[in-house]
Design a protein around this ligand. Structure first.
Ligand code: 4NP
Length: 175
């Protein structure tokens, strides 16, 4: 089934806000944030889109992303050292243009917390890139598990960047 259009910007005067969401904001969503931000910068969209990430749980709040995530990112030339974990506040659901859940459990959590009018802004990360699978949780796993997560994220982000580019700079918009 073709993926639904991306939700429109809430405010055309400010950058489009994308939030990546996982359970701990410790492994997957921080990696996705770094990869998406780097790919947006490569596409010249870093001023047009702002990316952040959160967890639905509170275990790692204030701390860095997992060592496994940082190492996997570093092996591919990304820098994950600046991350500090945060737990989702339900009010943030009304402040982002698009929330991308790493798996279907987090998708369900977000949908439960959201106002009805924000439900269309909550999507599964892989679905927006044309798939339908979960990004598996590598927590407690080895380097191969983190590399696999990065493979899945890095395959999806170019599609997401391309879709964001088309959403924010449609043909004929004159920007
Ligand atoms: P994440 O992985 O959702 O990809 O950040 C997890 C990190 C921590 C825990 C679970 C999953 N935890 O239970 O602490």
């Amino acid at each position: 089934m073709p993926s639904a259009p991306l939700p429109p910007p809430r405010d055309l005067a400010t950058p489009y806000r994308v939030c990546l969401v996982c359970l701990g904001n410790f492994c997957r969503s921080p990696m996705a944030e770094v990869v998406l931000r780097d790919d947006l910068a490569k596409a010249g969209l870093d001023g047009a889109v702002v990316v952040d990430s959160v967890g639905t749980g509170d275990w790692h709040v204030g701390g860095p992303m997992s060592a496994g995530s940082q190492a996997a990112l570093a092996r591919r030339g990304h820098d994950g050292s600046a991350h500090r974990a945060r737990q989702l506040k339900p009010s943030w659901l009304a402040q982002r243009d698009l929330l991308l859940a790493m798996d279907k459990a987090n998708l369900a959590t977000l949908r439960r917390l959201a106002r009805p009018e924000d439900a269309m802004r909550i999507r599964l990360f892989t679905e927006v890139a044309g798939g339908d699978g979960d990004i598996p949780d590598p927590y407690g796993g080895g380097a191969a598990d983190f590399d696999h997560v990065l493979d899945l994220l890095s395959a999806a982000t170019p599609v997401i960047v391309e879709r964001l580019g088309r959403l924010l700079d449609p043909p004929g918009a004159g920007r």
